[in-house]
Design a binder for this molecule. Structure first.
Ligand SMILES: Cc1cc2nc3c(=O)[nH]c(=O)nc-3n(C[C@H](O)[C@H](O)[C@H](O)COP(=O)(O)OP(=O)(O)OC[C@H]3O[C@@H](n4cnc5c(N)ncnc54)[C@H](O)[C@@H]3O)c2cc1C
Length: 286
């Protein structure tokens, strides 16, 4: 059932990171609960990931059990204006599904490469849209038992949600969308996708925007003005297209990215007295 010593570089967008002691990609809630119980009984730490598009896994990997909720756990349905989906669904696929049903709200998500679980965890957003305000119900498992939160119980803010404080595995989300003409939804999606392709270094592996936006500043221009665009450590580079992204150019270790992040933070603090906080989640052992 579990894969042992599984290289997490295979399931992270950056393609770096050491192995998981035990790795599983469950197909349903029963298998998630079984994996959770195994971790509890064996006293192993448990980590849940999605498509790894917002992750930097350190080179020593992750001890214990890693549960990946991805393609084998992807099902979605639309009833009226409500979209219910398992957290292995890709955000982009849900955006396209809502277009097919003439429902608006997920246009912002069309080019975001990760899954629904990671999106809820991060309160993913772009171009003025966010997942948090759409959520009506959150279903999860915790300690081998199922639970749920209403919209009021699911608190969120910029790139933050209640999930970052609670060790629960989200299994299903229900989102409320709004009816809209399909051609208007489609043209918004195309506009946002073009904008993304123009600005972001999509031709290289990355984990999206590296740092959260500090109040009153834009990260990319700040890093660029500090002269750091194109700077390389090992196989990690400050993108020459958008300095807010770190990209993998050739062979790289997670440590290259960690060193580059720390160097950027030091320079930006010195030059602008701004403490940059990573948006990407840094997990695992060094
Ligand atoms: C090119 C590129 C562009 C991007 N653009 C954007 C953007 O515009 N806006 C934006 O917000 N993000 C963006 N991202 C980041 C990323 O795609 C999103 O945050 C995405 O929603 C993360 O989903 P994931 O499945 O990859 O999560 P992962 O990276 O696998 O995990 C992220 C976090 O969520 C937790 N998690 C995942 N699934 C669950 C679950 N079921 N239950 C509990 N916790 C869970 C993990 O523990 C981890 O801490 C971009 C990334 C890339 C590579």
């Amino acid at each position: 059932m579990f894969l042992k010593d599984y290289p997490l570089s295979r399931v992270t967008a950056l393609g770096v990171g050491g192995p998981a002691d035990f790795f599983i990609s469950p197909r349903n809630v029963e298998e998630i609960i079984q994996a959770q119980q195994f971790a509890l009984e064996q006293k192993h730490p448990l980590t849940v990931i999605g498509y790894g598009t917002n992750l930097l896994v350190r080179d020593g990997g992750i001890r214990g059990v890693v549960i990946q909720l991805a393609a084998p756990f992807a099902r979605a349905k639309v009833v009226g204006t409500m979209l219910t989906a398992t957290t292995g669904c890709l955000l982009g696929s849900l955006s396209k599904l809502s277009l097919q049903h003439g429902l608006s709200g997920l246009e912002f998500a069309v080019g975001i490469p990760g899954g629904l679980g990671g999106a809820a965890f991060m309160n993913a957003g772009a171009y003025g849209g966010e997942i948090g305000p759409l959520i009506r119900q959150v279903e999860f498992v915790h300690g081998g038992k199922a639970g749920r939160w209403s919209a009021e119980e699911f608190s969120y803010s910029y790139r933050h949600s209640r999930l970052q404080e609670e060790k629960v595995i989200v299994t299903n989300l229900t989102l409320e969308l709004e009816p809209r003409e399909k051609n208007l939804i489609l043209s918004k999606m195309l506009e946002l996708q073009t904008e993304r392709g123009r600005k972001q270094p999509l031709e290289y592996p990355s984990a999206g925007s590296t740092f959260k936006r500090p109040e009153g500043h834009y990260v990319g221009p700040m890093i660029e003005k500090a002269g750091l665009k194109g700077l390389r450590i090992g196989g990690a580079e400050v993108s020459t297209k958008h300095a807010g992204f770190l990209v993998k150019v050739g062979e790289a270790k997670a440590q290259d990215f960690l060193d580059l992040i720390q160097y950027i933070q030091t320079i930006i603090l010195e030059k602008y007295q701004v403490a940059l906080e990573p948006e990407i989640r840094i997990i695992g052992e060094g």
